[in-house]
Design a binder for this molecule. Structure first.
Ligand SMILES: *Cc1c(COP(=O)(O)O)cnc(C)c1O
Length: 220
């Protein structure tokens, strides 16, 4: 099936309230353009440099989402154009995003990445870290970032009961954090293999790559 067919197939399964991030990491601009022509406007990348290069080449009405782990010294390369940063996992990083956003006179939307998987390889902060950050005075001074939701990555496993448990944990964390930060609206969870389960567990933003663009030729 073509990229367009894949995209339409997935979109037909998504409820209205669920946003689709087309994860285009490692894929050539020609593939992204095929998705763009089919109507897709939100693209997710996990390397800042690759995203910046694609931003230069592609139409300017695209919303670029940074879904990968962010190194603080690279925030400056996306501050001008990034639409949503999913992987914010520390005050230091949030502070740097705030600083770079200010230089461009922007307010950048961010998600807190919460560690929901048991695997040590996954990044993210604990629920307690997130609560402490949201309640801190230093957080309230950051005028150029907007924390609008949470993101989580489940354990890479065939065990869907475990994945479901982790998704439910993110949803309950979201409900809890909303009581101290009413701006939270987005729950980014679910990828090609588990986005339907994620939606059942309360996701309203799914990040789908291989089911749209085909498998990637590398391990990441
Ligand atoms: C690569 C990636 C995805 C998409 O994964 P697929 O299994 O190809 O859909 C989603 N989220 C993050 C954070 C990723 O790095």
């Amino acid at each position: 099936m073509s990229i367009k067919d894949n995209l339409n197939n997935i979109k037909s399964k998504l409820p209205q309230h669920v946003a689709l991030v087309a994860v285009s990491k490692t894929k050539p601009v020609s593939d992204l353009m095929e998705a763009y022509t089919a109507g897709q406007r939100i693209f997710g990348e996990n390397k800042i440099q690759e995203m910046a290069e694609k931003f230069q080449e592609m139409p300017k009405d695209i919303k670029w989402h940074m879904i990968g782990h962010v190194q603080r010294n690279k925030v400056k390369y996306m501050a001008e154009f990034v639409n949503l940063i999913h992987g914010v996992d520390s005050f230091k990083l949030l502070n740097e995003i705030n600083k770079q956003a200010k230089k461009h006179d922007r307010v950048i939307d961010c998600l807190f990445q919460i560690k929901i998987a048991e695997e040590d390889s996954k990044f993210g902060m604990s629920k307690d870290d997130a609560v402490a950050l949201l309640k801190s005075e230093t957080f309230k001074e950051l005028e150029n970032v907007n924390v609008v939701g949470l993101m989580g990555m489940a354990t890479f496993t065939e065990d869907m009961a475990l994945v479901e448990k982790e998704f439910n944990y993110l949803k309950s964390t979201f409900n809890e954090l909303q009581t101290c930060h009413a701006k939270l609206k987005i729950i980014s969870m679910g990828m090609s293999g588990d986005y339907q389960l994620a939606i059942d567990c309360g996701s309203n933003m799914v990040r789908v790559g291989s089911s749209i663009f085909g498998s990637r030729n590398y391990i990441n």
